[in-house]
Design a protein around this ligand. Structure first.
Ligand code: TYM
Length: 334
């Protein structure tokens, strides 16, 4: 069976972007068609400063969000990266396969490092190599992610191809990114040219998975839009990024397409559409946030799930890592 791997950084609370672009789709991929492995990538989080006093809670919150959304430990392996050393070990080997020129093309590094790249951590630069290791240490074939991660998955393919070429065997698969659906790039509610992110400046620009009903309603009400009513067809959303974003969110939350949403709401003004969107979002998110709160009050329950998941993950990763060392010619006699 094809194998799915994907991950989320515990670098702040989960947003609606994480849910629609990633977690909701991970839930849907569980089942007989795929073997599914989902990871809280704490080693990636520390590429920018994380307070040791809050990293564990952030890790548990992301795990709680995944569980509350329907990631089922009976169907998927769920664990945090720091409990499976094979990720970091393979990442080192990949640091010696990947080329500086490839890393230099990564747009996420440029965005995150900002103008003063000299002050960025070496880990932030090497980030995509660890991500490739996350995926390839399981020989994962499919990686469901939002649009912003596409370049990293493509780099993963480059690393796999170069390794296979250099060490003379088609050992690592060429992994496919899975980027499908209406909400692969959920935008900032106050600025339709920026993506919604965990770490944006203002809380009003994002919906957090733990926001209550009033907060969700207020954020959609204040979301930036243009004065035009909703068009009848998707073509009418071109050059209207804020309008398009709200329609796409509506479509993703209701498991339909932007076309279908516009068919139902053509001609509606924002005074009608925004409250309908808020109501839909509350209906879908409230049960998740209630369950997240319950789980976060039971950290032992979360830790036990992550520990069990790490054990199962290791059973797959360790033999693949061992074979990699072997192909590269290392002495590993114990
Ligand atoms: P991270 O933690 O930034 O985001 C987790 C997932 O959420 C998606 N996402 C979005 N999708 C749509 N709209 C948005 N506004 C939005 N914001 C976030 C991301 O695309 C991602 O799928 N590098 C990864 C974590 C990672 C990983 C991996 C992913 C590490 N190793 C291996 C897949 C496979 C990241 O920073 O995601």
């Amino acid at each position: 069976t094809p194998r799915v791997f994907s991950g989320i950084k515990p670098s702040g609370g989960l947003t609606l972007g994480n849910y629609l672009g990633a977690i909701k789709r991970w839930v849907d991929m569980q089942g007989p068609a795929f073997e599914t492995i989902y990871c809280v990538v704490d080693l990636h989080a520390i590429t920018v400063w994380q307070d040791p006093a809050t990293l564990a809670d952030a890790t548990r919150e992301v795990a709680a969000g995944m569980l509350a959304s329907g990631i089922d430990p009976a169907k998927s392996i769920l664990f945090n990266q720091a409990q499976v050393p094979a990720h970091a070990e393979l990442a080192w080997l990949f640091n010696c396969v990947a080329r500086l020129g490839w890393m230099n093309r990564m747009t996420q590094f440029k965005d995150k490092a900002g103008k003063n790249a000299e002050k960025a951590s070496l880990g932030l630069y090497a980030y995509p190599s660890l991500m490739a290791a996350d995926i390839l240490v399981y020989h994962a074939t499919h990686v469901p992610v939002g649009e912003d991660q596409k370049q990293h998955v493509e780099l993963t393919r480059d690393i796999a191809a170069k390794f296979n070429h250099d060490y003379g065997e088609a050992f690592f698969p060429l992994t496919e990114p899975v980027i499908e659906g209406p909400a692969m790039r959920v935008m900032n509610l106050r600025d339709g040219s920026k993506k919604m992110s965990k770490s944006g400046d203002s809380d009003m620009e994002r919906i957090n998975m733990t926001d209550d009903a009033d907060t969700i309603a207020k954020k959609f009400k204040k979301a930036r839009t243009d004065p035009e009513p909703l068009p009848g067809e998707v073509a009418g959303l071109a050059d209207r990024p804020e309008a398009k974003n709200l329609v796409d969110i509506y479509a993703a939350l209701s498991d339909t397409t932007a076309e279908a949403v516009l068919r139902d709401h053509a001609g509606a003004g924002w005074g009608t559409f925004k409250p309908a969107l808020a109501e839909l979002a509350v209906e879908k998110l409230a049960p998740i946030s209630d369950e997240m709160k319950r789980l976060m009050a039971a950290p032992d329950e979360i830790d036990a799930i992550l520990a069990k998941g790490a054990e199962r993950a290791e059973a797959i990763a360790n033999p693949i890592l061992e074979r990699t060392f072997d192909l590269m010619g290392f002495v590993r006699s114990r």
